[in-house]
Design a protein. Structure first.
Length: 233
């Protein structure tokens, strides 16, 4: 913690994984951080949902393959019931369908279990700040799925082989400043980094991001980053 009087309220975290060794190891690692408090551990998706509703954590670290209720289903239900609780998926699976389903369900970040400790910690903190994070390989898979849908194909199906898609509301044009903010967001910069680059207050950048999401019909920052990559071609 820095000197002065910073906000000392720790980030409240729930760890959900059906493998006890992994769950406990993650909880020990994360709880050792001075700004993180692990408030609970869940062994399956149903327990994760119930504990989240009781404990109201800031972030849930969610495995995908769990009994009773999958991580994707639990994420989708959490997004509807506890919109202020953010979900970081940490899993061994990186196949296209699982990645896309997790992002569509409302996950704010998607990491593989071979991620470095620093990457996990940085992602949890970034998501708590309101950012979204996808590993480059994961972002590419999501982008490919969005492009498939844009071409009228189902995820995993070659574009152009399905019926014409239902017409969606057209995107609104962005101002030059909004285009700049969107480009920096697509490069993976945080709100604070964007603010320093374009000489704006961090709160102003947050307002820009919200407005861009409205114009491009993105439901969350992750979808916005994917749409930004799509616009780049």
């Amino acid at each position: 913690m820095s000197e002065g009087m910073p906000n000392t309220t720790p980030l409240r975290l729930l760890v959900a994984d059906d493998q006890a060794i992994i769950r406990r190891g993650l909880a020990l690692m994360l709880d050792a951080e001075p700004d993180i408090e692990v408030v609970g551990q869940a062994a399956d998706g149903q327990e994760a949902l119930e504990m989240a509703e009781a404990l109201r954590p800031d972030v849930v670290l969610m495995d995908l393959q769990m009994p009773r209720l999958s991580g994707v289903a639990a994420t989708r239900l959490l997004a509807g019931r506890l919109p202020r609780t953010r979900v970081v998926v940490l899993t061994t699976f990186d196949d296209d369908e699982r990645v896309f389903e997790a992002v569509q369900a409302g996950a704010h970040a998607y990491l593989l279990k071979d991620a470095a400790e620093d990457e996990v910690l940085d992602t949890v903190r970034a998501v708590h700040r309101g950012e979204s994070r996808l590993a480059p390989s994961v972002a590419r898979k999501v982008l490919d799925q969005f492009r498939a849908l844009a071409g009228g194909a189902a995820p995993g199906e070659p574009p152009g082989e399905a019926a014409a898609p239902t017409a969606a509301a057209p995107d609104e044009p962005l101002s030059d400043k909004e285009e700049r903010v969107l480009a920096l967001l697509a490069d993976g910069l945080s709100n604070k980094q964007i603010a320093a680059t374009v000489f704006l207050a961090e709160g102003t950048v947050k307002n820009y991001v919200s407005r861009i999401m409205e114009k491009l019909h993105a439901r969350n920052r992750t979808e916005l980053a994917v749409k930004a990559a799509t616009r780049r071609g």
